[in-house]
Design a protein around this ligand. Structure first.
Ligand SMILES: [Zn+2]
Length: 209
């Protein structure tokens, strides 16, 4: 699970175990979740590795626990969502190749190439999901264009544009938004994206400031 965390990475790091996070309902049964330990993981921002605490919540009735990732973290990725998104946006829009984009963000070339490849593989699916979300949020339809990567970028932008009109989302920025609504699986190997299915959307709304 991903919560729409608006905190800068620094503030989240400094808070350590004391970080404040929401208590969402169980995604399976809508029952209450209780804090169930947590774990430490690394996150890299601007070339610097930091350690963050990820709380784990558990549902007593389902007997299942869920990690609660802040929106700047993508599942199984070291780099923050903003870095991953910036590289993908630059390359998929045709702005530049992978190597200069990776250099600019201080990430290894092969890592950046992996993100872009994965995004391209999932582009049509992501574009369709985000375009549907944009429409559901009241935005005009984004038509598929010849290039799937550009379509996905346009759809993500349109969905964020619509969500930004709702309380709390604007401050998160487009890539934390995209991470939140995809449950952290924006470029995950798992190709199911239930969070983007219209009518079954259940991502957590941010708390308005
Ligand atoms: Zn449950």
């Amino acid at each position: 699970m991903v919560w729409p965390c608006p905190l800068p990475v620094d503030a989240y790091v400094v808070a350590g175990r004391g970080v404040e996070f929401p208590r969402p309902a169980c995604p399976a049964c809508a029952g209450p979740l209780v804090l169930w330990s947590g774990y430490w993981r690394h996150v890299r921002e601007a070339g610097r590795c930091r350690k963050i605490f990820v709380p784990r919540l558990r549902c007593g009735s389902c007997r299942v626990s869920h990690a609660l990732l802040p929106a700047f973290v993508l599942a199984w990725r070291l780099d923050v969502a903003e870095t991953v998104g910036a590289v993908i946006a630059e390359v998929a829009s045709g702005g530049c190749g992978v190597r200069p984009a990776a250099t600019r963000r201080a990430v290894p070339y092969t890592t950046a190439r992996g993100w872009v490849r994965r995004f391209r593989c999932r582009a049509l699916e992501l574009g369709t999901g985000f375009a549907a979300l944009a429409v559901e949020l009241g935005e005009d339809a984004v038509g598929p264009v010849a290039d799937a990567g550009r379509f996905a970028l346009a759809a993500i932008g349109a969905a964020f544009g619509a969500a930004a009109g709702l309380p709390g989302w604007l401050a998160l920025g487009v890539w934390r938004f995209a991470c939140s609504v995809s449950g952290g699986r924006l470029i995950a190997a798992n190709t199911t994206s239930p969070y983007l299915v219209v009518g079954k959307r259940r991502f957590m709304p941010p708390v308005p400031p």
